[in-house]
Write a protein that binds this ligand. Sequence first.
Ligand SMILES: Cc1cc2nc3c(=O)[nH]c(=O)nc-3n(C[C@H](O)[C@H](O)[C@H](O)COP(=O)(O)O)c2cc1C
Ligand SMILES: [Fe+2]
Ligand SMILES: [Fe+2]
Length: 410
Amino acid sequence: MKPDTLAPGIHRVYARIGDRDLFEGIWPIPHGVLLNSYVVQGTEKTAFIDLVKDWEGAVGAVEQQMAALGLSFKDIDYLVLNHMEPDHTGSLAELCKQNPNIEILCTKKAVPLVEAFYGITEKVRSVASKETVDLGGKTLVFEETPNIHWPETMMTYVPEDGVLFSCDAFGSFGQYEHCFDDELTTAEWELLIPETERYYANIVSSFSQFVLRGIQKLAGLDIRMVAPSHGIVWRKDPARIIELYKTLAEDMNGPAEAEVTFVWSSMYGNTAALVPIIKKTLEDEGLTVRMHEVPKEHASFVLASAWRTSGLVIGMPTYEYRMFPPMYHILDILERSHVNNRKVMRFGSFGWSGGAQKQFDPFVESLKWDCVGVIEYQGAPTEDDKARAIGTAKELARSVKDWSRKKTVE
Ligand SMILES: Cc1cc2nc3c(=O)[nH]c(=O)nc-3n(C[C@H](O)[C@H](O)[C@H](O)COP(=O)(O)O)c2cc1C
Ligand SMILES: [Fe+2]
Ligand SMILES: [Fe+2]
């Protein structure tokens, strides 16, 4: 692995993480993820921006790329910690042992976290928005961007080259052979956009109000390159990733795309019996339908779909007087991320007295969903149940089309 040069004296040194682990211990990463660190060399001082967690030999990979630049951790004067999450700080104690002279720069809110996570109290300096550190011919300018992703998060900007080191913001899941947006192959683009959307939905979505605030704060900067800590570096079209993040943040309260996420579960086929009928009705109305059967599919993918679509179909039977448990998990995940204001229909079978709907109703209320109809039935669906399902699906299609964003921004 070789370092990538963003500008004279600015390099990416990074690690490729495979598909074995779950990200944050919960989200699958079938295409892996990149952990990006950056070196900024001035004539006087050298800064290192964000570390990597020692995952699959990541620290060794970074050290090897530093060596290719003729550098080691001993040459670093400043360590900028934009964000304290261990994917970007996991090797901090080890690094400080190698180079005890390093000065850590982080926000005021990060200082107690540096101590709590790594027991480090010496040579930790807090920096605030607009504060600068001169490296000699290159300046670090800090901007606090709380809650993208943790409360202590900031971004670092180098005005001489217009590079924004945005940490988790503007990041993506997935590994890419190429570093820069202008180098990506068609296959890499086909991975990058969905993996950016899934990363956003899984990692960032609950903080969407803060994403919009953060983007507003950046408005005054001449951003010529966006260099996040996961994914690629945007140098040809940095506005594209900022615009995509803005659209994704706005998806929280809708309207989103004129599409439907269809998530369903069934034990014995009675709920499943309505699945093809409802799907076909929606497709005949011209809508794209994103199908997810749970628990066969992980909530990560359901959340990524639901975040982007204005419509939701939820099919599940009653189980022990309540919802089918894997669907409860899905609704819990959607509620945590605030997938608000969707057009929704629900259907499902029960055996004797039901109960799923009673547990479903509070989610509808808390997420401010517009539930256009519920088709619940005992045992197998009758012809009348099927006709009601078709009618409700048509109504859902109408309201999704009426309400959704008119133009796709991507
Ligand atoms: C473990 C289990 C628990 C169930 N609990 C309830 C219940 O509390 N109330 C009810 O009305 N039906 C209950 N049922 C019946 C199912 O809701 C019913 O069989 C339904 O048709 C299943 O739909 P499916 O074929 O889509 O899986 C239960 C079924 C199973 C297997
Ligand atoms: Fe994070
Ligand atoms: Fe991260």
